[in-house]
Write a protein that binds this ligand. Sequence first.
Ligand code: PMP
Length: 374
Amino acid sequence: MSFPEPGQLAVDNVRSLSPYVPGKPIEELERELGIRGVIKLASNENPFGPSPRALAAMHATLSDAWLYPDGSGHQLKHKLAAKLGVTVEQITLGNGSNDLLVLLAEAFLKPGLEAVYSRYAFAVYPIAVQAAGATGVVADALPPDSPMPLGHDLAAMKRAITPRTRIVFIANPNNPTGTYVPATALRRFIAEVPATSLVVLDEAYFEYAGGLDIQDGIRWLAEFPNLVVLRTFSKAYGLAGLRVGYAVSHPSVAGMLNRVRQPFNVSSIALAGAVAALEDDAHVSAAVSVAVAERVRVAARLRAMGTMSLPSAGNFLLLHAGPQAMNLFDALLRAAIIVRPVGNYALPEYLRVTLGTVEQNDRFLSAWQKILIA
Ligand code: PMP
């Protein structure tokens, strides 16, 4: 008698899922090629790392690691509420903002319901939606020759909304494209989404807006009760390894997320690090100003080499590498530089490059130049 592999007992919507493809870890490449000094510009991390204050606070809390964390995240929520001008009841903490995407899908979706997102939007949206057994509805993105190539097409997204739509995901700025939605158009869109659907505005890269026309969605919460804004400590705060993010929403939405949330979804070390990180605005703004200046400089240098990149409001650039993209990616690996292929986003001709320090970006640019003429 033959038995199916036990994994095949998983539910259909999970068996047919394509898993998330993470950036290649530095240690893996160093092991594979037997080299040192690899730089990773593949996961939109902040090369300046955590604030020294966050590091000290995390060290100080290590000896309490035998205790469960404060499951209500009291201190961090109070600090965030004061900083953002919202109430504590509006905040939900997550194990990264990714956790909140999953919790939102779990709480608001089920088979028969739909979620709308743009083509080329962040890869976790379809995963969370499908895992919840719901249907993802993909709205076509703006065409490559538009001023915001491959960006969210709000008109197409609006047309995709039906009475079955419970969540509309918008990443502003979006990953992997870096594109963004201007404030006035976004406000108009949110105002037109029926009250039967949440608008999840994912602002993971919000801090990098750098003078571009990007609205702080939290300011709109009072006006739009169905709006949920997501933020993270993984990017501008340089704490991706800690896994802390948060949602700001109507208190009733936070109440539902709290029902499905693991009681201790954010670790004590992460809570301590995030609280201290909020006290070091200078650290965040220093990292952000380098990224904002570098995205202009690196894009211009690439353009001069004949490589076009999309307009970006994030700490990364999506560049058009052409049909040879994977060969160029491999050549960069051999030059000890890890960037991110985005074939899993159906963008096989593009590579996503995180903006590192000026020195790291220079290393990438000179490797790129050599590879292009090789
Ligand atoms: N949203 C977007 C648009 C992202 O790019 C990412 C990280 N790549 C996340 C959410 C999740 O980040 P985290 O879980 O680290 O907060």
